[in-house]
Design a protein around this ligand. Structure first.
Ligand code: NQM
Length: 355
């Protein structure tokens, strides 16, 4: 049995196992095999590991000293599949990112200062940079506070995250197909990447109101087929060869707001339906909501201020600013969010023997 130092943290609306890179095998195949056993995958209940039986609770952060001069730490995100023998580094995760700054302080990777800490995080999956700001008290991280985020009971200390260069993070361009709208499988879609590759589809075009619960959507096998077919075809337009082993692009169904927000969403990640929405997924939807002609813009209100995204368990506010270059190209000037995170336990995890 292998014993590894590990911290379990809630990051935003997700939960994951955080490791120092130096505590894991350097070889990726060896590391992935270990992480599958730590999480208890593949098994729908992950009963023999610490995973929670859902993609949102089967996540891993690998954190180490930065390999870049403009960052303090490197953060590699790994999605451990629940019921498949797969560990994917194909996407970023902005929710798990929320725990990276506090974890880096806890492990002594960065200076422990009093007051407010500012940690620059190199997101290894995409090469992007994020800056996290959070409160410290006498050299220790403050986890308790008054900030509420939809999808998490209670309140906690705020973690402000600002992203640099989100446009085209994975696909190389904000609109990888070169168009704001495409037609795929007979429906209009917008393929966009402002930190997360996302395919936007109007819920109404799939015969839905958009307010169905994740359980209802997941129970609809015909819808599942339709969503994966759209994802496959749109994935090609976004430059992906075969999306089947990948967790990107995500498919987000959009509809007019039902509770006073900017627009309403349901997101497939890519098979299970998200109980809220991912961070970079939200920033991508928010950018689309502000760009004329996209499928999201068509259902969005034009009220100013943050883009308030409605999702199955409440709202997600995105601080987004869109600009235009002299040549008319759309650019993203600002992508920022507020999250919370919490240390749940710190100790040693014991991986099952190789199976
Ligand atoms: O989009 C789920 C999550 C995520 C990813 C997913 C995320 C993001 O809620 O940045 O946070 O889209 O698979 O953790």
């Amino acid at each position: 049995m292998i014993a590894v130092r590990c911290m379990l943290m809630r990051g935003g609306t997700s939960k994951g196992a955080y490791f120092l890179a130096s505590d894991l095998p350097a070889d990726a195949a060896e590391r992935n095999s270990l992480l599958l056993r730590v999480m208890g995958s593949p098994d729908p209940r992950q009963i023999d590991g610490i995973g929670g039986g859902h993609p949102l609770t089967s996540k891993v952060a690998v954190v180490g000293p930065s390999s870049r001069p403009d960052a303090d730490v490197d953060y590699l995100f790994l999605q451990v599949a629940v019921d498949q023998h797969v560990v994917s580094d194909s996407q970023n995760c902005g929710n798990i990112l929320a725990g990276v700054g506090p974890f880096a302080v806890e492990r002594g990777l960065v200076e422990s200062i009093d007051g407010q800490n500012e940690i620059r995080i190199h997101m290894v999956n995409s090469g992007g940079l994020a800056t996290a700001r959070f409160a410290m008290d006498g050299g220790t991280v403050t986890y308790e506070g008054d900030t509420e985020i939809a999808g998490v009971p209670g309140t906690a200390a705020p973690i402000a995250i600002e992203f640099a260069d989100t446009a085209g993070s994975t696909c190389g361009a904000l609109f990888p197909s070169g168009r704001v709208v495409d037609e795929v499988d007979g429906v209009a879609v917008s393929c966009i990447d402002n930190g997360m590759p996302v395919v936007l589809v109007a819920a109404a075009d799939l015969g839905l109101s958009g307010t169905e619960s994740p359980t209802e959507l997941e129970a609809d096998a015909e819808l599942g087929e339709r969503v994966s077919s759209i994802r496959r075809s749109a994935g090609k337009l976004m430059g992906f060869d075969d999306v089947s082993p990948l967790t990107v692009p995500k498919v987000t169904l959009v509809s007019t707001p039902a509770s006073g927000g900017t627009l309403n969403t349901r997101t497939f990640i890519p098979v299970r339906c998200h109980t809220s929405i991912g961070v970079l997924g939200a920033l991508t939807v928010a950018a689309a909501a502000r760009i004329s002609g996209t499928v999201a813009h068509r259902v969005s209100t034009s009220a100013g201020g943050p883009v308030r995204i409605e999702h199955p368990t409440g709202f997600f506010d995105c601080d987004i600013a869109i600009g235009t270059k002299p040549d008319g190209t759309t650019i993203i000037e600002r992508s920022a969010v507020l999250r919370t995170a919490r240390k749940l336990f710190d100790g040693i995890t014991f991986a099952a023997p190789s199976r």
